[in-house]
Design a protein around this ligand. Structure first.
Ligand code: GLN
Length: 225
């Protein structure tokens, strides 16, 4: 999950059919499933750019924040000088999608985190790290996702967080159905920010990425020129 990637090796450019200004979706490339997310958004007709430096962040319209380990991601974001630039972009309305540790990075408040762990924030929610318990490090389940057609999702959870509580501006999009975690919130949206506790990049079901690309397109269309 943590092998280094170079920006040039992963950058994907598309034939944009004559459009000279394609949407550029960044994938935060500090650690995690960077390649899988790059592949998933590239399938949606955008240009994908791994982001590790502030200048790369400046070049993207929207950002995917992969899973991994949120404590490590926090350290690396500080080391790469990305913490404050990312907080600023997110606060200014850049669309972002966080999966698993990426969900934690978008949370206002983290429970069971390391004391000095930082987040980018943006979603008014409290998340609990490793919430599903040590015995069930990973599990798979079926979840209904509000606003995404095509039937329930096969959701893969890996040492996943859940959302303990949300503020009034947060839309709850999916909950666990059945089992000991019945009813726990595992997908949310607030404005241009989307987060899932599970990993859609691992299942080949691209509907969450497609949904996020649509959010990013709508956000760009609404931006003053
Ligand atoms: N347990 C990890 C964390 O706390 C998240 C796991 C994941 O992203 N698959 O950051």
């Amino acid at each position: 999950m943590t092998d280094p990637v170079t920006s040039t090796s992963l950058r994907t450019d598309l034939d944009t059919g004559g459009l000279d200004d394609p949407l550029v979706i960044g994938v935060l490339a500090l650690q995690g499933d960077v390649r899988e997310h790059v592949r998933a958004v590239t399938g949606e007709g955008v240009s994908a750019l791994p982001v590790r430096r502030p200048a790369e962040l400046d070049a993207v319209d929207a950002l995917v924040i992969p899973g991994g380990e949120s404590t490590t991601m926090s350290n690396l974001a500080i080391a790469f000088g990305l913490l404050e630039p990312l907080r600023r972009r997110i606060a200014a309305g850049m669309p972002a999608y966080g999966s698993c540790a990426g969900m934690i990075m978008l949370a206002g408040t983290v429970l069971d985190g390391r004391a000095d762990q930082q987040t980018f924030g943006g979603i008014d929610m409290v998340v609990r790290r490793n919430a599903f318990g040590r015995q069930v490090d990973s599990f798979e389940s079926t979840v209904e996702f509000a606003g995404i057609d095509g039937g329930p999702f096969h959701a893969v959870f890996i040492r996943a967080p859940w959302v303990e509580s949300v503020g009034p501006r947060v839309e709850v999009l999916a909950r666990v159905a059945g089992g000991p975690a019945d009813g726990r919130i595992v997908a949310v949206r607030q404005g241009n920010l989307l987060a899932t506790a599970f990993h859609p990049e691992l299942t080949g079901d691209l509907r969450v990425h497609r949904h996020f690309v649509q959010m990013a397109r709508a956000a760009r269309a609404a931006r003053p020129h």
